[in-house]
Design a protein around this ligand. Structure first.
Ligand code: F6P
Length: 324
């Protein structure tokens, strides 16, 4: 390759900037020209593409969000939209693309490559960690630490008032944030999209704890659990156990922002570097993943189709045992 482009797409994640920086600087080191595409596939369609240099990525490694901005584009889902987008790449003689995002972004990238032949490398950038073929994704570590930090604060006030708090964390389809943050904050109950929400046993458990006078209770629920998140769970709890003083906190988009953790900056830097190396070696249509600490190249097709292989059963078991 001699001229590549990089974009961020879908929900932003802390560490995306570190990944952009690594892509840009590795490209320049290898004498490859590099372009930034603004607002993901929307910017590709609208020709919002600019040449980047080493300075364009100065002072961003520590910043959340993405300097390239992110968007979800409906037009890119159509062959006509992708053709328009590709023509803008062709005009600039761009012969390789790095896409930082989740499975929706990879689906678009793969279609673009299949229809127009441009090689694409995907970097998993999502706080949800719901990508097949990688032990972690750019943004997960920061997001889960943000959740833990805030749930700890809630525990303080829960303890002071002997209250039950039902805290909702992000994760429409994936419960990794809920499970990890739930265990790390000692939640009594963790509710996930991947498992059935057995509200009866939640109620029984709360009654048992009420009898034991264990009044501080923490339920961590993913937004996509079967009942539909914290407010729905609270409705049932308040109705069935009116004597328990219950409050709801929805952490929301604070989990998407903030300065990336060391762990996220490191994987973003490694993945960004390897994206350019892969393109330079003629690899195409793979996602850069990390398995057992090592860099792996996962076919984009697998990353998309094998996603959501289910939650870690052992962690789930541990969460039950530790919350008795
Ligand atoms: O995919 C990341 C994520 O934060 C999910 O956890 C959440 O369900 C979704 O994005 C929210 O999307 P939006 O920012 O478009 O509301």
């Amino acid at each position: 390759v001699s001229r590549i482009a990089v974009l961020t797409s879908g929900g932003d994640a802390p560490g995306m900037n570190a990944a952009i920086r690594a892509v840009v600087r590795t490209a320049i080191f290898n004498k490859i020209e590099v372009y930034g595409i603004v607002r993901g596939y929307s910017g590709m369609i609208e020709d919002d593409i600019y040449k980047m240099d080493s300075k364009s990525v100065a002072n961003i490694i520590q910043r959340g969000g993405t300097i390239l901005k992110s968007a979800r584009s409906d037009e890119f889902k159509t062959p006509a939209g992708r053709k328009k987008a590709f023509n803008n790449l062709k005009k600039k003689e761009i012969d390789g693309l790095v896409v930082i995002g989740g499975d929706g972004s990879f689906t678009g990238a793969l279609k673009l490559s299949e229809e127009h032949g441009i090689p694409v490398i995907g970097l998993p950038g999502t706080i949800d960690k719901d990508c097949y073929g990688t032990d972690s994704t750019i943004g997960f570590d920061t997001a889960v630490n943000t959740a833990v930090e805030n749930i700890d604060k809630i525990r303080d006030t829960a303890d002071a008032h002997d209250r039950l708090f039902i805290v909702e964390v992000m994760g429409r389809d994936a419960g990794y944030i809920a499970l990890n943050a739930g265990i790390a904050t000692g939640a009594e109950t963790i509710l996930l999209p991947e498992t059935k929400t057995d509200i009866e046993s939640v109620i029984i458990g709360l009654k048992r704890k009420e009898r034991r006078k264990k009044l501080v209770n923490l339920i961590v629920v993913a937004e996509g659990d079967e009942l539909g998140g914290a407010s729905e769970v609270a409705k049932v709890v308040k109705e069935r156990l009116p004597k328990i003083d219950t409050r709801v906190t929805i952490l929301g988009h604070i989990q998407r922002g903030g300065s990336p953790s060391c762990c996220d900056r490191l994987i973003a830097s490694r993945m960004g570097y390897h994206a350019v190396v892969a393109l330079n070696e003629g690899k195409r249509n793979v996602m850069i993943g990390i398995q057992n600490g090592n860099i792996v190249h996962v076919p984009l097709e697998d990353a998309i189709s094998k996603k959501n292989q289910g939650i870690d059963q052992e962690l789930l078991k541990i969460s039950h045992i530790l919350s008795i």
